[in-house]
Design a binder for this molecule. Structure first.
Ligand SMILES: Nc1ncnc2c1ncn2[C@@H]1O[C@H](COP(=O)(O)OP(=O)(O)OP(=O)(O)O)[C@@H](O)[C@H]1O
Length: 261
C-alpha cells in the first residue's frame, strides 16, 4: 500500500527547549491517525512542522513518497496536503458559499489580471469553483445554509465549513487541528461522521484532538507525545492500556492539582 504521509525523525528546538524530538510515524490512505498528549507535549508544534508552518530542525516529511520537508503551506496544499486550524479561519461576514469558494483560490493558477479583466478562462474557473463549493456544502450538510452569513452559523456548523474549505483542494492528506474543540456532543458526533466519511473516500487523516472519547472512537492508530517525545503508539485499546500513557496523563493532573492547590 502507498504510504501517503511519512514522518521520520522530526524534531525542533526553541532556544534550549526541545519541543519535539525524533518523532516518526506513517499515515496510509483511508486511515485516521490521532496525535494526543498532555498540554505542552508538542502536538501543535509537530503539526506546524508537518504542514510547513515551521521548518523542522531535524527529520523529514514525505508526501506520497516525495520529500516535502520545509515546503510552504500553500505549495503543500497544491501537492495534496491541506489543513484546518484550531482557531477557525472562516470569514464571518461572507456567506457560507463564499467561504467554501475561497477554498478554491489556492488551486488557481490563472493570473490576477485575467481575473480582473473577466477573461473567459477566469469566468469559467469562477463558475467551476462555485459549482464545486456547492457540492462540498452538500457533503458537509450545509447546502441549505449556502446563502447565510457564516457568522450566524452554530459552532459545529462552522467547524464543518472549515473542513469543507480544506476539502476544496481535493487533498490526499488532511490535517485537522482540534476539529471538535468547543463543540457539544451532538456537533462532535456530526464531525465524527464527516471525518469517517472523508477517510472512507481514501483520504489519509491526521488529527490533534483533546476530546479523548472522540479520539478513541474514530482513530485507527494513535501516536502519544509527552515532553516532545513519542512515548507510545498503536490502536486505541493498546494505547489506553499503556502504563507510560496513563502515567503521562496522571502526571499532568497531579502537576495541575499541585499548581492549583
Ligand atoms: N513558538 C514557540 N516558541 C517557543 N516555545 C514554543 C513555541 N511553540 C511551542 N513552544 C513550546 O514547545 C512546547 C510544546 O508546545 P505545543 O504547543 O506544541 O504543545 P501542545 O501539545 O500542542 O500543547 P496544548 O495541548 O496545550 O495545545 C511547549 O513547552 C511550548 O511552550
Amino acid at each position: 500500500m502507498t504510504v501517503l504521509l511519512e514522518i521520520e525523525g522530526l524534531g525542533i528546538s526553541f532556544g534550549g527547549l526541545r519541543a519535539v524530538n525524533d518523532v516518526s510515524f506513517r499515515v496510509n490512505p483511508g486511515e485516521i491517525v490521532s496525535v494526543i498528549g498532555p498540554n505542552g507535549a508538542g502536538k501543535t508544534t509537530l503539526f506546524n512542522m508537518i504542514s510547513g508552518i515551521y521548518k523542522p530542525g531535524a527529520g523529514r516529511v514525505r508526501l506520497m513518497g516525495e520529500d516535502v520537508t520545509g515546503i510552504s503551506p500553500h505549495l503543500l496544499a497544491r501537492r495534496g496536503m491541506s489543513r484546518t486550524f484550531q482557531n477557525l479561519q472562516i470569514f464571518q461576514s461572507m456567506t457560507v458559499l463564499e467561504n467554501a469558494v475561497a477554498g478554491y483560490h489556492l488551486q488557481e493558477s490563472g493570473s490576477v489580471l485575467a481575473d480582473l479583466l473577466g477573461l473567459p478562462a477566469s469566468r469559467r474557473r469562477a463558475a467551476a469553483a462555485r459549482e464545486g463549493a456547492r457540492q462540498l456544502l452538500e457533503r458537509v450538510d450545509l447546502a441549505r445554509a449556502a446563502e447565510m452569513e457564516a457568522g450566524s452559523l452554530s459552532y459545529g456548523a462552522l467547524k464543518r465549513l472549515e473542513i469543507a474549505r480544506a476539502l476544496a483542494l481535493n487533498p490526499k492528506v488532511l490535517l485537522l487541528d482540534e476539529p471538535a474543540a468547543g463543540c457539544n456532543a451532538v456537533e462532535t458526533e456530526e464531525i465524527d461522521h464527516l471525518i469517517a466519511e472523508v477517510a472512507a473516500s481514501g483520504v489519509a487523516i491526521l488529527l490533534v484532538e483533546h476530546d479523548m472519547k472522540m479520539v478513541m472512537r474514530i482513530s485507527r492508530h494513535i501516536v502519544v507525545l509527552d515532553h516532545g517525545e513519542k512515548i507510545a503508539e498503536g490502536d486505541p485499546a493498546t494505547v489506553s492500556r499503556n502504563p507510560k500513557v496513563i502515567e503521562a496523563y496522571l502526571g499532568t493532573q497531579a502537576e495541575d492539582a499541585h499548581a492549583h492547590g
